[in-house]
Design a protein around this ligand. Sequence first.
Ligand SMILES: Nc1ncnc2c1ncn2[C@@H]1O[C@H](COP(=O)(O)OP(=O)(O)OP(=O)(O)O)[C@@H](O)[C@H]1O
Length: 508
Amino acid sequence: MNQTPDDSAAALWTEAMSRLHEAGLPPRDAGVLRLATLVGLLDTTALLAVKHEHVKDAVEGHLREDIVTALSEVVGRPVRLAVSVDPEAVSAGQGGEQPIEDTPQSAAPAGPSVPTEPTAPTAPDGEPALAGSPSEPPSGTGAAQHTTPDGRLPADPAYERDYSALNPKYTFETFVLGSSNRFAHAAATAVAEAPARAYNPLFVYGGSGLGKTHLLHAIGHYARTLDSSVRVKYVNSEEFTNQFINAVSAGQANAFQRQYRDVDILLIDDIQFLQGKEQTMEEFFHTFNTLHNSEKQIVITSDQPPKKLSGFAERMRSRFEWGLLTDVQPPDLETRIAILRRKAATEKLDIPDEVLSLIASKISSNIRELEGALTRVTAYASLSGTPLDEYLARTVLKDVMPGGDAGQITPTMILEETAGYFSVSTDDIRGASRSRSLTRARQIAMYLCRELTDLSLPKIGKEFGGRDHTTVMHAERKIKGLLSEDRRVYDEVSELTTIIRRKATRGR
Ligand SMILES: Nc1ncnc2c1ncn2[C@@H]1O[C@H](COP(=O)(O)OP(=O)(O)OP(=O)(O)O)[C@@H](O)[C@H]1O
């Protein structure tokens, strides 16, 4: 990932460096700072990219105060630092390909949408970190000074429950950066570091499987790492709807409201599913206002930008634009390969580069599909005891990604084909029976819905007789695990994938 400062960031950095020199910066530190560069300014956050971990340590350690002072003077307002390690960081003045833009001020009403391309300093592996400026210490709802207003202790089970809703795998450390998501990542980092102080709300939109949920969870994890007393609540908007309906019918609307209003960071996923649900939307409107008025952070994801969210009242859509809008785009080839490489490393899989490149070249628009293809290829190699090479990968991928345009795959199609394949009825699959064979057929169908459609977990749950989204998550994990352990399951999933894809293609 090549971090390249634009001219204005480069000029600011050069000026700040010359002030540091004038102030008597020791030559050793001057040498260290030659390995750092200012990539851009994100509101009051100065985004620095450094070449090595030891430079990051120095910048966040003994050099921090001097850098913050120099940069604040040059910029003309107090700045904070966000530092990330990027081995390819280009020093100021060396020119580059990717311009960086300053972003709109957070509090500006109806702030303009910020394009994705502008970047922030990030590293494929490094965890960005914020060193608070001494001239502008975190305050109010800022993470470092957070208190528990209602007197609950951080160890309160209610905190732990909310926090545990976050997937431990979705962190900033496991999020691979590329030009498609760099801006969203920088904004997400800034929000986690200074809740309600950087941008409020942060609104992230983009197509399915591009990492929006991952970023939301990462915000929650990181905010909690910085301050374990921060109350984080993550919810998918469909769950929000179900919980609201249940609370109202049980006469517990107040408890519902408290649950969502007594938080410091509300992470709400897939807001588009509130479309057409008037009462829930109204409730969300009040939740939003309450949180925003009391300077609590709201982060929203959606498949569309606010302007295109039909079925939402204008007052709601305009609120979504109060803070910062950013999108995530499909990753380019290089990023796709990096994502696969990271995943292989996490799972301790030794996969040749040409196999990773092959998978990345076949699947371009959805990272979930990319991961699914990797799972299939490695599962096959492990089951068959065959070396994982390009030939094997090509053979397996032919099933997963047959040539030609597949038509739209629907959950009904998956249910019908799975039922037919296992000689049961779709009602059986949707039904409550927990017999071993039906449970397996149901889990495979859920797995295929996850892999072959864009449906969210709650939506898939609904298709399966109104099951909870956690059941779908469990099924997905279960089948994924079995794919590399149980040849029969592998074959069933492969054959069904081929059947369903063929059917979708014929139906075009
Ligand atoms: N930049 C990335 N680095 C590593 N993994 C990623 C990245 N982006 C997405 N993923 C992975 O891809 C999968 C799909 O991502 P995620 O669920 O966050 O997508 P999404 O945009 O929320 O999709 P949807 O709108 O369908 O809910 C997850 O397993 C996630 O960890």
